[in-house]
Design a protein. Sequence first.
Length: 825
Amino acid sequence: MKFTHTFLASQDVFFIQSSTQDVPSIEDRHRDTVTLHLGQALRTRQLVIDFDGERPIPRLREPLDLFAIPSTPFQGVRWPIEYEVFKEAIHHIEWDPPDPEPFYQPTGHERAPMPIGEEKGNVVYCIDPGTKTSYFTYSRVGGSRGPIKSSTSCAMHQDKSTLAFESRFESGNLQKAVQVGVHDYELTLRTDMYTTKHTQWFYFRVRNMKAGVTYRFTIVNLMKASSLYCLGMRPLLYSERAAWEKGEGWRRTGSNIRYYRNQHHQAEQDNNTTTNTKSLHSLTWTGQFPYDFDTCYLAHCYPYTYSHLQRYLSRLTSNSATGAYCKLRVLCRSLAGNAVHVLTVTSPGGGWMDRSAKRAVVVTARVHPGETNSSWMMQGFLDFLLGESDDARLLRETFVFKVVPMLNPDGVVVGNYRCSLAGRDLNRNYNTLLRDSFPCVWHTRNMVKRLMAERDVVLYCDFHGHSRKNNVFMYGCTNSDDATQRLHERVFPLMMSKNANDKFSFRSCKFRVHQSKEGTGRVVMWRLGIRNSYTMESTFGGSTLGNRKGTHFTTRDLKSLGYYLCDTLLDYCDPDPTKTSHCLAELRAMLRQELRERLGREVDSDGSLSVSISDIESSTSGSNSTESDGLPVHLLNRIDEQRQVKKKHLRSGKERNRLRQERVRNVDPKVLHRNIKNIDPVLPTEDMVKVRIQEKTVAVVREKKKREVPFVVKVSRQTGRSWIPHPTTRIGVIGHVTLWQEEESEKNEYLDAVRAAYLRTQPPVTAVQQRGFSVPVPTSKIRVHTTPIQQQPMPFSPDHRSHAGMRGGLERRNRVGRMNGTILT
């Protein structure tokens, strides 16, 4: 028997934990004593002591999580901070109907009601879209801090028979409900957050119903041109009263189902610019509720929320039996801060050489949040892998499994169909370098690269859901360049079709690598060197094969696909190559038959076979790869903001001086006399000034003061772009030059050029000017003689503002005028 003891050293206190019974035996006490002595001697917390008989075997403790996250219970779900969320938790029981539920058989008489809208209908439910900003900013546990707003505040009138809708819970996405008849309702789904696209998934609650009444629901803003509803798929209904009284869970419902194009259009935006409009489609159906005043839920597929995953992982970690070979870690944090979990599953037995020789298998799911069927497949895969069957033990002893059960928790939380909170499809960004914008796929690819450096990765499989095809199938990557590996990528899907022959369709599998798929997980992992890299697609509908033909898939069917994947992995890696050889021979025969039918000629050689395969292989379908590709939304908004701000071109000081000199040389001297409106020319002589003063009256003086006010305001708003860098009212250019010479000696060359240009236009210097007075600037188009005004320093004062500042300027000029014998009014 093998015992494990863990010791924790904290100063001089040690805690010894034994995996045996509560009452230790003599042998257990001896082992505890040995563990205690080793702990005291080594003084470390990084060792775990195993015992092989009496011999202690130390080994390193598993590394701690990179992020501090409580294991039980898991941390709360984080939402965008502007999102309103109801605090009540929603739980649905797992239940499978006793008999498979058949597809709806259309009669050809189904109605196709056109949308009426809130103009003619009554809005009974309307909530904020939760995107007050154009991109994600912050998150918090529980979403918005404010009180929950009423969803019926916008309703014109409601009576007691009106249904009550709600979707402000995890994975819900109903935006608006309009009553267009007594029992008819038009429903509008919320698009993926921070986008204007992707409406396919729906999940909402209904109350206040009457049993036996036929209600009609019409979703009016679906964006895909075709859907499984055209092939007989039916919506899902969950009744809380039926779950409580009968133990029944989700079941298919609805009649008069029709999927069609309506007259509305949706403006599509790409990189924040409206490019075109896209036709919208409607889904309509009628149905009845089983009980009066029940609480019911309607959904596109079986919901699987982030909280559901956390509860499931919590049960795994609390089970001591699975804890020996299953380690739960946090791979990274999403944009909102939700944990992206990764499980490492392998048997701990064997030596180091045996453990390092194990090959690896990587399985991921839920990169598209609306594809809930992928999470049910993942749960079935983990249930089988962590079980006690012989096949499960063999898998754990043979492989190291790296499992990421939910790659896009943020999108799952808010009810998106395809995108993350970056507003982009993560399954188009596995090649990204933007770790902070796409952390989930960036860390997943980095984990796979590190894993491939340690060991051989035999399989990569990403679980998805498909909205246009029935059955289950795979998308792979063809190895046409390597003749020795030709058709080997098709062996695993063919084996899968043999193990799940009533659910898996090999004929629906595709292996062509289209250029638009280069950013997907399967292509990126294939480029890294994983030969068997697949996307396993499960329908939202059901099967058209074998005994299950024409019936919907249940959660049990979806989980069984995880079992079949494990079984197929054992077949594919069987040391006996007989199964692989038979599959390769069958593949060659199948492809020759297909080539014969399509090309109309026989194909005998492998060389011609390889060429023809590339010619006839069709690409994958079901999604437009370019719809959500590109930079994250917040980066696009920053680019738009920068484009709106006009960037000012800054020149160096040397370049500015050179341009000033060129402007001075090119300016005509006559242009230097500036024309300023509403300003009288400076009087040429003292006699003329005295004559004008005698003729002035008090009214004229007041009028002139008013005329000086706009001049001062206008001059104060001038900038340094004119030939005088900072013009001042009635201050001469020569005075400016003098001040500049005292403060900035490096501008002498420029100022000398200005001085020379000015002096060429002036009369000879008078005797008054020779006594040290400066010549003011002419301020009129008419050349007149100027009266020299002596410059005085202009001290700053709080009074020098507005009209008071103007009066102060007038008094200062009068003081200067008295010194020269001239008074200005």
